[in-house]
Ligand binder design. Structure first.
Ligand SMILES: Cc1cc2nc3c(=O)[nH]c(=O)nc-3n(C[C@H](O)[C@H](O)[C@H](O)COP(=O)(O)OP(=O)(O)OC[C@H]3O[C@@H](n4cnc5c(N)ncnc54)[C@H](O)[C@@H]3O)c2cc1C
Length: 388
């Protein structure tokens, strides 16, 4: 039987980051298993690649600041370009109450050291992004060190880097079960469609599918998939690639430029029969396009390219914070799940912290107590404060 000190289930950006961080600490007997035939078949390959530290909760701001530090060192440490480009995030509010909420979040950000985040008037917002229709705006907030990352560049950087220092990363392997010890408190082996792997410990990094993987070990986790859709225009010169990611907070409509195309996003509430269904909803396209044309008039003559649009899954927890640490009830199962749509940007931090938890018994780089997986069973979720 194959063996590994650590088996990581899921080779998306989070699993790859965990593997790299373990291997970089000298724990090289790591085996990553992913059922996809190639990297990026889960949510990572469908992410648009935004990075921000403008969150409304302390743990999320801390995760972003730690991740940003690691993104800046990524080329030297990991040997690849994560594509971090600080082109900024601009949040815009129509109503004073929304602006007040953005400013309350900014006070948390300032207290944690994100001093470059600042309030902007409608006039300043237009100077930062001249493409917006600013009439009726109450104001906004802007942070110039937020910006963009390359999800697949990060995934491949971590996976290739982990391989170079001894980890094994295998695609096309479906994990179908866990063989538990007699008391049901430890995983003895991970069961796959290609046989069993004896495991010292197991990391659940299965993204939106993590609930099913946890259940294989008898653990219930608070996590649900949520479909998110992206409309892409044809290549155009209407807007520059350096445009900040711009968010109209009340509706949730936001857009960015990537590789010469405008990517348009607006969170719908999918009325899906199957929560894992992530087919693009055709009726959504005219809605998101209408919002884009109202808010960004220069896009009115730029058609959407139906073949370049896509959908994917967020991995939501009830309080929209990640689940990080040992799984309740199973001594050798660790969770790195539930980033609630921020998993790419937070993956450098999550991988580092989980490697510390596995190897040292606790995380020293950041307080991970608010992310402990047991918080829902304890009736102590984090307050839901994120506007997006
Ligand atoms: C439209 C969209 C836009 C997004 N934009 C952003 C963004 O701008 N910034 C950001 O930070 N995040 C963004 N996200 C969220 C981000 O994509 C996720 O948070 C992140 O990719 C999660 O990474 P992961 O490694 O946990 O999951 P995944 O990338 O989904 O990886 C999980 C892997 O587990 C594998 N797997 C599952 N079950 C099994 C099994 N039983 N056996 C073997 N393998 C298994 C899957 O094949 C998959 O490859 C976006 C998501 C979507 C859908």
């Amino acid at each position: 039987m194959e063996t590994a000190e650590v088996v990581v289930v899921g080779g998306g950006v989070v699993g790859a980051s965990v593997a790299w961080h373990l291997a970089a600490r000298g724990c090289t007997d790591v085996l990553v298993l992913d059922r996809g035939g190639e990297p990026g078949q889960g949510s990572t390959g469908r992410a648009t690649g935004g990075f921000r530290a403008q969150f409304a909760s302390e743990p999320n701001v801390r995760l972003s600041l730690f991740a940003r530090e690691k993104l800046r060192r990524f080329p030297e440490e990991v040997g690849a370009d994560p594509g971090y480009r600080p082109h900024g995030y601009l949040f815009l509010a129509d109503r004073q109450a929304t602006l007040d909420a953005l400013l309350a979040a900014q006070r948390i950000q300032h207290a944690l050291g994100l001093h470059e985040a600042r309030a902007v008037t409608p006039q300043e917002a237009r100077e930062i992004n001249p493409a917006i229709a600013a009439d009726g705006l109450a104001g906004g907030v802007h942070c110039p060190t937020d910006g963009f990352i390359r999800p697949l560049g990060m995934l491949n950087g971590y996976a290739d880097g982990a391989r170079r220092i001894g980890a094994r990363v295998c695609h096309g392997v479906h994990v179908t079960g866990m063989r538990m010890d007699a008391r049901g408190r430890r995983i003895d082996a991970v069961v796959t469609d290609g046989g069993e792997v004896s495991a010292g410990c197991v990391v659940n990094a299965a993204g939106a599918w993590a609930g099913a993987v946890a259940r294989m070990a008898g653990v219930e986790i608070a996590l649900a998939p949520l479909r998110r859709q992206v409309a892409s225009t044809v290549p155009c010169s209407a807007l520059p690639d350096e445009m900040p990611l711009t968010i109209f907070v009340e509706s949730g409509f936001h857009l960015r430029m990537r590789d010469g195309r405008a990517l348009l996003l607006w969170p719908d509430e999918p009325a899906t029969r199957d929560p894992f269904d992530h087919e693009l909803d055709e009726a959504w396209l005219p809605e998101v396009t209408r919002r884009a044309h109202a808010r960004i008039p220069c896009l009115r003559g730029v058609p959407v390219d139906r073949d370049a649009c896509w959908a994917g899954l967020y991995e939501m927890t009830p309080d929209r914070h990640a689940l990080l640490g040992r799984a309740p009830g199973v001594d050798n199962l660790f969770l790195a799940n539930g980033s609630s749509g921020h998993g790419v940007m937070h993956s450098p931090a999550l991988g580092h912290l989980l490697a510390e938890i596995i190897l040292d018994g606790f995380a020293s780089a950041m307080d991970t107590y608010p992310l402990r997986p047991s918080r829902f069973a304890e009736g102590q979720p984090n307050p839901v404060s994120e506007l997006l």
